[in-house]
Write a protein that binds this ligand. Structure first.
Ligand code: WT7
Length: 635
């Protein structure tokens, strides 16, 4: 097992060791795993390429470390707990042995359907145990999984399938979320209609007795395919740097990019970070409420916990169904010890009042986690007082799809906590602040752009099919450093607070969205001439989406047009990208070179028209006044 830090002195010692002798430090961590062949060299990392390699020459299979390795000693221990959407339905549990068998059967079914090492398999599934099983089954045979969040539209799904040139989709018939039934398979059918020429098979997990549309040429039932498959499957030997998965995420320009993670480094880092950040102890019940469609679910529902031999829980539903006490009811029912969620959920539940958490016994909770976006002080305090009763330290974990694992966080019971601060780096992580020219911003009580100075095992390797994009976005901004896209401040004692994105990425309810992506979707509407999308502060979602649109529609009442805009965005991306506010404008503020001045649009969207700066140099300064007036902002 990877090392677990014990106290503050130990953290300081381990951190220093990890920076002074990174190769030795990570070799020690890596040696706690089962390797089919040991690595020859710990790392070779060149940020110019970028060319990032960890545990060079090593051979392993991550599922052997997630499953097989635990069978002798803890085969009967619960690996996966599943709590259904409907509270009247029984929960399910899988021991390590049972999970092993399911994964092997699924892996054999994939093989029987022609999937071989290196093939890409898209998983478009609700939060059912079969999603975790399918993830591990892919990894077992060396297929590259790419999980697509089941809230994305057919167009978004097709884009990802085609970018990954995937051979297979695994989906469900439907998805139960709150009191809604979402037709998952229908979305896959629609994606196929849009054309996904590389897909040979669509495997459908049955989640409802209802009949669904069926294409005998490519559709197959999950239960038919798994039935009768052997309960064992030899793990495919993978090179440390073979691809483990692709996960699509939004950037400031263009279509979402496929972030690539590889086997060796990802395994070592997710396990190490899981054990330390949550101070997981044998017997603990750990629950992360994220969806496996995002990196949090990959690293901290599936891989990190299973690599550490933990009991990890998956929840099918939503925080407010059947009522706003659901999370706390589940914590009481399963005696959850570590609870990990997003600020947007905390704010939404806080708004429902204190009576909900007060109804349940939350005394089992030892550690509370938050992730995905900055947490405001009010939500942090509520979480601390009403959920943790002041006794469960909050780990505000900062990281990204690209970092693979948690980078900055307090360690519970070890380092101090401060509202809104992700605070301290984990061992091996060297966060630095730079100014816009790339000069280091040193000392304390300062602000800057957050970069990471040294390589770490689970860092992004490439963006699938477009290595240059990876170089441009993360490694070209500041030489020799990984650029995060976030702005941060360091307080007088050296703790780090991540303030938010400094690029054209917005974070809506912890979901990452590119403004360009939303604009492209809006521009699909035939009456849109031009659009500009910015984020604005939103009480529950953290940020909302504000769309400024120039249209050729003449009528005064735009309400129908607004509905059409929301519909087109839902169709192109998914309901999560629908603008919260839309404003028809006659022009957009532009520089003389034609660049949209988003800074101004952001301020107006936030109802703050102070300090707009010098607008006289704009191509069309008069438009600022017009937009301000329509927004109801008076000087
Ligand atoms: C962006 C990454 C990593 C899992 C979920 C999000 C923001 C993430 C925090 C935090 C402030 C945070 C950053 C980052 N973010 N965690 N604790 N405090 N901001 O992954 O979708 O790749 O988004 O989320 O802006 O760059 P993601």
């Amino acid at each position: 097992m990877t090392y677990q830090i014990k106290d503050l002195e130990d953290y300081k010692r381990v951190y220093k060791e990890s920076i002074d002798n990174p190769d030795e430090f990570w070799a020690d961590q890596a040696s706690t795993f089962k390797w089919i062949k040991k690595w020859e060299k710990v790392k070779e990392c060149d940020f110019q390429g970028p060319e990032i390699k960890w545990f060079i020459g090593g051979k392993l299979n991550i599922t052997e470390n997630c499953l097989d390795r635990h069978l002798d000693e803890s085969g009967d221990k619960i690996a996966l707990l599943w709590e259904p959407n409907n509270p009247d339905q029984e929960h399910q549990s899988y021991t390590y042995r049972e999970l092993f068998t399911e994964v092997c059967q699924c892996a054999n079914a994939l093989k029987a359907n022609g999937i071989v090492k290196g093939d890409r398999v898209i998983l478009y599934m609700p939060m059912v145990p079969e999603l975790a099983i399918a993830v591990l089954a892919c990894a077992r045979i060396g297929a590259v999984h790419s999980v697509v969040f089941a809230g994305f539209s057919a167009q978004a799904l097709a884009d990802r399938i085609n970018d990954a040139k995937a051979k297979m989709v695994i989906c469900s018939d439907i998805n139960n979320r709150g009191n809604k039934t979402i037709p998952v398979k229908k979305v896959v059918d629609d994606a196929m209609e849009l054309s996904c020429p590389t897909i040979e098979t669509v495997i459908v997990y049955r989640n409802s007795p209802e009949e669904i549309n069926w294409d005998y040429r490519i559709n197959k039932w999950w239960h038919h395919e798994l039935d009768g498959q052997s309960p064992t499957c030899d793990p495919e030997p993978m090179d440390s740097e073979d691809m483990l998965f692709i996960l699509y995420t939004s950037g400031s320009t263009g279509k979402p990019k496929g972030v690539v993670h590889t086997c060796g480094g990802y395994m070592v880092y997710t396990s190490f970070s899981f054990k330390n950040v949550f101070q997981y102890k044998p017997g603990d019940i750990y629950w992360c409420t994220a969806d496996i469609g995002w990196i949090t679910g990959h690293s901290y529902i599936v891989y990190g916990p299973l690599l550490s031999g933990a009991t990890t829980m998956m929840f099918e539903g939503v925080p407010t169904y059947p009522d706003a006490g659901r999370f706390w009811e589940i914590c009481e029912k399963h005696k959850v010890n570590q609870f990990y969620t997003a600020p947007t959920a905390i704010r939404a539940l806080m708004a429902k009042g204190n009576d909900w958490p007060a109804k349940y016994d939350l005394s089992s909770i030892k550690v509370l986690g938050t992730v995905g976006e900055p947490i405001n002080e009010e939500a942090w305090n509520w979480y601390n007082e009403k959920i943790g009763k002041g006794k469960a330290p909050i780990v505000d974990t900062w990281w990204q799809t690209e970092t693979g694992g948690i980078m900055l966080t307090p360690l519970p019971g070890i380092t101090d906590t401060k509202p809104c601060y992700a605070s301290y780096p984990l061992p091996g992580i060297v966060p630095v602040l730079v100014d816009s020219d790339g000069n280091l911003v040193e000392g304390n009580d300062v602000e800057g752009l957050l970069c990471i100075d040294q390589p770490w095992p689970s860092m992004i390797r490439t963006t699938y099919g477009d290595h240059d994009r990876c170089k441009q976005v993360y490694f070209s901004m500041f030489e020799g450093k990984y650029f995060t896209g976030d702005g941060a401040r360091r307080d007088k004692d050296g703790r780090i607070r991540v303030i938010g994105r400094v690029d054209d990425v917005i974070n809506v309810s912890g979901h990452r969205m590119g403004t360009a992506e939303v604009e492209n979707a809006i521009n699909e509407h035939p009456n849109v001439i031009e659009s500009a999308v910015v984020g604005f502060p939103h009480d529950i979602k953290g940020q909302g989406i504000f769309a400024y649109i120039i249209t050729d529609q003449k009528q005064k009442d735009h309400s129908e047009f607004y509905d059409e805009i929301k519909a087109v965005v839902s169709k192109e991306i998914g309901p999560i990208a629908k603008p919260d506010e839309i404003m028809v404008v006659s022009g957009l503020p532009k520089t003389r070179s034609g660049k949209i001045m988003r800074r101004i649009l952001r301020k107006i969207a936030a109802n703050d028209a102070s300090n707009l700066g010098d607008i006289s140099t704009l191509l069309n300064p008069e438009i600022v006044e017009e937009i301000k007036t329509s927004k109801g902002i008076i000087n």
